[in-house]
Design a protein around this ligand. Structure first.
Ligand SMILES: [Zn+2]
Ligand SMILES: [Zn+2]
Length: 253
């Protein structure tokens, strides 16, 4: 039995069956849930028309500024819902509530984002720096990726991407400043990724499998872009990104 399933079994025993967000009692049908159907219905799906690459529905003229500086390998990023007052407490619950089960509710909203890939693919959660991981005790993006892996039946790998430093909280920065803010925050292990490819050996130039980066929130995409840059430098050629929430950013033009 995995630690996460032990954890959710314990949660089910200890926690009253009420919605984390509105505290309404959960019916027997929703006993495995942590957010009630009504609260989940309040989450506003991010919809097109959008930039085909970064999935930002803002109307823009000419090239999209949000994804202009992204590494070429990061070809498509999508988010499930807008990070408004309805969805923010759910992300907060995932980040600080230590509730493994909430990841299943968030992942359920992300199911339609599944990229159509040919060939093998892997989910890579955005890692925390080791110090932050020790403080928090778990990586919320990994929890989300594992919940998503159960839905999509795509395996999760965690040793391919390493965070070398934690980045300062990013508030009210332009996309360009945010990119500078996370520059060099990730390192990728070609050997770890190579181990995902059958027959791979050091020095052999085999194409990488498709990678899907998983994060809880997309603000300007700077974190995903920087993680993708590290993976691209190590040899990855096709990287997708999926997040549960997308921040409503103030007009940065
Ligand atoms: Zn509720
Ligand atoms: Zn774009």
């Amino acid at each position: 039995m995995q630690l996460s399933s032990v954890r959710s079994a314990v949660e089910q025993l200890l926690l009253p069956a009420e919605c984390l967000l509105c505290h309404a009692l959960l019916g027997p049908r929703d006993a495995a849930r942590i957010v009630c159907p009504l609260c989940r219905q309040r989450w506003r799906a991010v919809r097109g028309p959008w930039c085909e690459r970064c999935g930002q529905p803002e109307p823009h003229f000419g090239p999209c500024r949000l994804c202009a500086e992204w590494p070429a390998a990061l070809t498509r990023v999508r988010s499930a819902v807008w990070l408004d007052d309805g969805a923010r407490p759910a992300v907060h619950g995932l980040k600080y509530g230590r509730l493994a089960r909430i990841a299943d509710d968030l992942a359920a909203a992300m199911v339609p984002l599944r990229p159509s890939t040919d060939g093998p693919s892997f989910l890579i959660p955005i890692p925390l720096a080791p110090k932050r991981l020790r403080e928090r005790g778990y990586n919320q993006s990994e929890m989300l990726a594992r919940a998503l892996a159960r839905q999509w039946r795509i395996p999760v790998v965690v040793d391919v991407l390493v965070r070398t430093r934690e980045t300062p909280t990013q508030t009210a920065l332009t996309p360009e400043t945010r990119l500078a803010n996370v520059a060099g925050a990730f390192r990728a292990s070609a050997r770890a990724a190579g181990a995902l490819t059958p027959g791979w050996q050091p020095g052999v130039n085999k194409p990488w499998p498709h990678l899907v980066l998983v994060d809880d929130v997309f603000t300007t995409g700077a974190t995903l872009a920087e993680a993708a840059r590290a993976l691209e430098q190590a040899g990855a050629r096709t990287i997708y990104g999926v997040t549960f929430g997308r921040a409503v950013i103030p007009n940065f033009t």
